[in-house]
Design a protein around this ligand. Structure first.
Ligand SMILES: [Zn+2]
Length: 428
């Protein structure tokens, strides 16, 4: 890499980047927040509303205005697919050195509005309070394109050489990135030999140091449905005789999870945590301490002088980190088949969306199926579970002396998701 000649002046770098954020980027992101550029999963009419095109075009216009020497860009639009912004900056290294490519990744589509915004705040009404910008999409992931180019420009202003850099800013990430790989296929050799993917779409422990995402959990999502009757009947007539579909649901879920502790029961959901990852978790826990759980908005209740606060499953920082990264967990919510009923019927069926998160089990969905299976006519009703979505978890292995891998597998892992993620982010 010719490391010897690369000497970064860190103070100048941070001053430079901070100035650009204050003078320009906060304003860019403020305008971006105002645009409800929802991902296709939340806006079926995205092609007609044109908001994904709008945010991509705005980002492209801003990049062009930065006049990065040698930069070229293109908005790739495949038929029926969301737009992807692709940019390329040539290497400034001396001729004759090896020329790997660095890929910067981000996305400009957003999650939907959701509820629960504090008074005065909202998804599409940006507010800058106490040094934080509030509004949908600025941290996930509107900042990525601006941060990438600003970092590059800061290097150039210090006269530092850099390898070839390409950028992929997509607009279907919040829907599972269905349009990213087809775009990568369409770009073909133009991506080059990517040695490093900087995925600006992960979390950070704090703002005091640079953080690397070293692993991501997999996920299986399904709908578990329990049926005991074919239609609703009066509860006064039937309860006590007709089994409650809710109780049966609990019974099935008890095969998956110890409801007293939250521990998942099938051993297949567990894997051996590599010692290096445990050591890294200990180091991160030493830095972050109880911030690991205190950063969540725990419900509290003040009553007659007593102060009741809900608690995490562990207050040990290392244990807490490992529980939210390497241990399996079950998440579920109930879906009523009869919304808006206001008498108290016995429900004919009940369904829960079970989202167990596990770490690379061989056949995760088979385990779920086995746990919910009906084997004979039963007082437990009929139960079915259907796969909605499934994604493998992974973590990049350190491979000494490994040579550049082909782009496609690297990005396959990225969308799955995987890969090293670096995020330097001022907003939350
Ligand atoms: Zn994101």
């Amino acid at each position: 890499m010719g490391e010897s000649e690369i000497v970064i002046d860190p103070k100048r770098l941070i001053d430079d980047v901070s100035r650009v954020w204050d003078e320009d980027l906060v304003g860019q992101l403020t305008e971006y927040v105002e645009i409800p550029a929802k991902s296709p999963a939340f806006d079926a009419d995205w092609a007609q509303t044109g908001l994904l095109d709008l945010v991509v075009q705005r980002a492209a216009d801003w990049i062009i205005a930065q006049r990065v020497p040698g930069l070229t860009l293109e908005i790739v639009r495949l038929p029926g697919r969301t737009p992807v912004l692709f940019f390329e900056v040539p290497s400034t290294r001396p001729q004759g050195t090896s020329d790997p490519t660095v890929l910067m990744y981000g996305h400009l589509d957003k999650q939907p509005e959701f509820s629960g915004w504090r008074a005065g705040l909202g998804p599409w009404t940006p507010a800058y309070l106490d040094g934080l910008l509030y509004g949908r999409g600025s941290a996930d992931d509107g900042y990525a394109v601006y941060a990438s180019i600003t970092a590059l420009q800061a290097l150039k202003r210090q006269g530092l050489s850099h390898p070839r850099i390409v950028g992929l800013i997509e607009t279907s990430e919040e829907s599972g990135s269905p349009d990213l790989l087809p775009t990568i296929d369409a770009l073909g050799d133009r991506l080059g030999t990517v040695e490093l993917v900087v995925c600006l779409d992960s979390g950070a422990g704090n703002y005091d140091q640079l953080w690397l995402t070293t692993s991501l959990r997999g996920m299986a999502t399904g709908v578990l449905k329990v049926e005991i009757l074919t239609e609703g009947v009066h509860s006064g007539d039937a309860s006590g005789l007709v089994p409650s579909s809710f109780r049966i649901l609990r019974h099935v879920l008890d095969r998956l999870e110890d409801s007293a502790t939250g521990r998942l029961l099938p051993s297949q959901f567990y894997c051996e945590i590599p010692p290096t990852r445990v050591a890294q978790a200990e180091a991160a826990a030493a830095l972050l301490g109880d911030l690991i759980y205190k950063r969540f908005p725990w419900a509290h209740h003040n009553c007659g002088g007593s102060d009741l606060v809900s608690l995490p499953t562990s207050t040990d920082p290392t244990e807490g980190l490992l529980r939210r990264t390497w241990m399996p967990a079950l998440r579920g919510f109930l879906r009523s088949p009869m919304p808006g009923m206001y008498c108290d019927p016995i429900r004919p069926s009940n369904s829960a969306c079970a989202c167990p998160r596990w770490w690379m089990p061989p056949k995760p969905f088979k385990i779920l199926r086995r746990c919910s299976k009906t084997t004979r006519p039963t007082r437990l009703g009929s139960r079915s579970i259907s796969t909605v979505r499934q994604a493998d978890g992974t973590h990049p292995q350190q491979r000494r002396g490994s040579r550049p891998r082909l782009m496609r597998p690297v990005l396959r892992n990225l969308v799955r998701p995987s890969g090293i993620s670096v995020r330097v982010d001022r907003f939350r």
